[in-house]
Design a protein around this ligand. Structure first.
Ligand code: HEM
Length: 401
């Protein structure tokens, strides 16, 4: 083992700095790297992240998917509740995913576009040219949160509560569970539980009712499974999409030539291509994790049963054997031909909300550029101290027509 490669891969300050030179060295010299301090294997090459992601019988999710779960060592789930889809293994995962996919279809997502656009306009309309606003608070945060509220059928009158609950979920994910966010999450649980009961009695044309009715070979999801899936949507679809929108805007402001290029051709195709580059570059979720179900070998390294393997999407997204050489994978370039970035994961657990996240990002940048072809930083952004999320928490921005 080469000690010069022992980077603090589970340290937020390190990841918030510039971890990319370290990732490059690891890809080159130790792509399957035992990180002693963290107690896990770090995988930094695109092909290896893909291989592990599509081998759920050899590398399972049920022991935990986040580095922060390593110390918990259990299944990490509450015995009273079914596990989240993210932490299911086959065959349970296949059955569950098939059922929810019957409802969470690309068609359902594309039908949401008019409403997503309305919400985006509601966020952007009050912003005045020349005014300095916190981009996260006014633009990146409300859209994903309100879209999920819409999906779950939360009426406008309950939106303030919903925001408080969803902030609590984000807070618990970022800084751990405390009595305050726990109380808010319990309220959310009770609220969704009641809504599910209502829809069970009196179905409507919405996601909850459809989830309760979805059926394969006579099998349906029970109320607790639907409740858990709704909580997963909130955790998985909220902060991630926010990070994509704020991180993408930040990169456009850091590279004004790129912003000019996009503002000069804000066609749907150009915006969609730019979003793919934002996804590749920002990697809103830096890692997920698996545990080996038996002894195995990867690139000559022996991975023992039970050992954890961390998939660094952020590194895979800059793998020079997949992206580049021209344009250089270490360059943010919205004209790059979209490549197979791994920001949504890969294989069995690949993100179920990818098309929704893409739609939201596309609509918000489309609406933003139509109003303000120029915008710039009016101060330094701040970042969440997290090893999991690449998350900007505040970003002062001034817009110009
Ligand atoms: C830019 C935004 C997003 C990013 C970067 C992202 C990233 C990811 C990644 C990397 C996974 C794979 C997990 C694994 O392999 O262990 C995943 C799974 C998942 N995502 Fe997303 N996600 C985003 C948005 C969303 C949205 C908007 C929703 C839904 C509203 C969503 C719902 C899910 C669900 C349900 C899964 C679990 C799928 C499974 O386990 O089979 N995500 N996401």
């Amino acid at each position: 083992m080469d000690p010069s490669l022992d980077f603090p891969l589970d340290d937020a300050e390190f990841l918030l700095g510039d971890p990319y030179p370290a990732f490059r060295l690891l890809r080159e010299r130790s792509p399957v790297h035992w990180y002693e301090k963290g107690g896990f294997w770090a995988l930094t090459r695109h092909a290896d992240v893909q291989y592990v992601s599509r081998s759920p019988r050899l590398f399972r999710s049920s022991r935990g998917v986040l580095i922060s779960q390593i110390d918990q060592m259990g299944s990490g789930t509450d015995d009273e509740m079914p596990p989240s889809i993210i932490m299911m293994d086959p065959p349970l995962h296949n059955r569950f995913r098939k059922l929810v996919m019957k409802v969470f279809t690309p068609r359902m997502v594309s039908n949401l576009e008019p409403r997503v656009r309305e919400i985006a306009r509601e966020c952007l309309d009050p912003i005045l040219a020349g005014e300095t606003v916190d981009f996260v608070e006014r633009v990146a945060e409300p859209l994903p949160m309100l879209v999920i509220a819409e999906l779950l059928g939360v009426p406008t009158t309950d939106r303030a509560d919903f925001k408080r609950w969803s902030d609590a979920m984000v807070d618990a994910g970022g800084s751990g569970v405390n009595p305050d966010n726990q109380a808010n999450m319990a309220e959310l649980f009770a609220y969704l539980g009641q809504k599910i009961e209502e829809r069970d009695r009196d179905p409507r044309d919405d996601l909850l009712s459809a989830l309760l009715r979805a059926e394969i070979d006579g099998e349906r999801l029970d109320a607790r499974e639907v409740l858990m899936f709704c909580m997963t949507l909130l955790v998985a679809g909220n902060e991630t999409t926010r990070n994509l929108i704020s991180g993408g805007a930040y990169e456009l402001m850091r590279a004004p030539d790129q912003l000019r290029k996009l503002a000069g051709d804000p066609s749907r195709a150009a915006v969609e291509q730019a979003i793919e580059e934002m996804l590749r570059w920002v990697a809103p979720v830096r890692h997920f994790m698996r545990a080996a179900t038996r002894d195995t070998e990867l690139r000559g390294e022996r991975i023992a049963e039970g050992q954890f393997v961390v998939l660094y999407y952020a590194s895979a997204n800059r793998d020079e054997t997949v992206f580049g050489p021209d344009p250089d994978p270490e360059r943010f370039d919205i004209a790059r031909r979209p490549g197979p970035h791994l920001s949504f994961g890969f294989g069995e657990h690949m993100c179920m909300g990818a098309s929704l996240a893409r739609l939201e990002a596309c609509v918000i940048f489309d609406e933003l550029l139509a109003r303000f072809p120029r915008f710039e930083l009016a101060g330094d952004p701040t970042w969440l101290r997290s090893i999991l999320m690449n998350s900007i928490t505040t970003m002062p921005v001034v817009f110009a027509r």
